[in-house]
Design a binder for this molecule. Structure first.
Ligand SMILES: CC(C)(COP(=O)(O)OP(=O)(O)OC[C@H]1O[C@@H](n2cnc3c(N)ncnc32)[C@H](O)[C@@H]1OP(=O)(O)O)[C@@H](O)C(=O)NCCC(=O)NCCS
Length: 235
């Protein structure tokens, strides 16, 4: 049995794929992770801006790459019935171009996902950020039966705010977040399930057709409580 088949059986989230046309979200295996880390090392934004609350994207190329490796290795096992962090590679026509993440806490009660993302600079400004958010929302609402999706961006991050507006979120207020020692306005966005129902056909049109979901039954099963959750061994 190929190793990927065994991994998909043991860790179903590893088989998740979301695709429309030449754009795909997929589990970040170690080969993809090295490519994505080096991509991040080549730069994600101008040095005079900072899109992230924790400034992990500052430093030498190798420091930034190492930070991506450490983060991704650190969260890879965080898929559980109560909460998950699902970080997916964004692959355009076979080339890894960035990361699209979906996180959830108190998932069974809230069914609320929060998204976060980045693209290598060479891949920005061509509509990929908009399309990958649409794929993430499709995975959340159609694949996982989410009831609500949230996102947020510093007010000075034009592209990220534009993506949230473009895909149809509602504004959900603003507050200040400390960024590199300074209080900076940060916008919040929310998309209800009702809102999703009203925008998804527009998304499908903009994605150029149907969104294909793979590996979702396995992921959903991995998010179901098991007997281990009722008192199995603690690692
Ligand atoms: C945010 C990000 C994922 C968006 O992806 P992208 O592929 O660059 O965005 P798109 O090409 O889909 O453009 C989205 C919209 O932003 C607009 N836009 C781009 N740069 C902008 C700017 N500086 N100010 C205002 N709008 C801007 C585009 O015109 C487009 O709007 P339109 O569809 O109405 O034309 C990407 O730019 C990125 O990775 N940035 C650095 C990391 C980051 O900010 N991550 C998010 C943290 S919250």
């Amino acid at each position: 049995m190929p190793q990927s088949d065994a991994l998909a059986r043991l860790w179903p989230a590893s088989a998740v794929r979301v695709r429309a046309g030449d754009l795909e979200l997929r589990w970040i295996d170690d080969d993809l992770l090295v490519e994505l880390s080096e991509l991040a090392g080549r730069g994600i934004h101008d040095p005079d801006m900072m899109p992230f609350q924790r400034p992990w994207s500052r430093g030498s190329a190798d420091e930034v790459a190492r930070s991506v490796l450490a983060y991704q290795w650190g969260i890879r096992n965080r898929i559980s019935p109560t909460a998950f962090v699902l970080e997916l590679a964004v692959v355009e026509a076979g080339t890894p171009v960035g990361v699209q993440g979906l996180t959830a806490e108190d998932w069974p009660a809230l069914r609320n996902v929060t998204t976060g993302s980045w693209l290598g600079r060479a891949h920005q400004g061509r509509g990929i950020g908009t399309r990958m958010r649409m794929l993430a929302l499709h995975l959340a609402f159609e694949g996982l039966d989410a009831q609500e999706a949230m996102s947020g961006a510093f007010a000075d991050n034009g592209a990220s705010n534009a993506v949230s507006e473009r895909v149809g979120y509602d504004r959900d207020g603003a507050f200040h977040v400390a960024r590199e020692g300074v209080a900076v306005p940060h916008n919040r966005y929310v998309m209800s399930r009702e809102r999703w129902e009203s925008v998804r056909s527009d998304h499908a049109r903009r994605l150029g057709g149907d969104v294909e979901l793979h590996g979702i039954a396995g992921l959903r099963a991995q998010l179901e409580p098991t007997s281990a959750d009722a008192g199995g061994p603690q690692h």
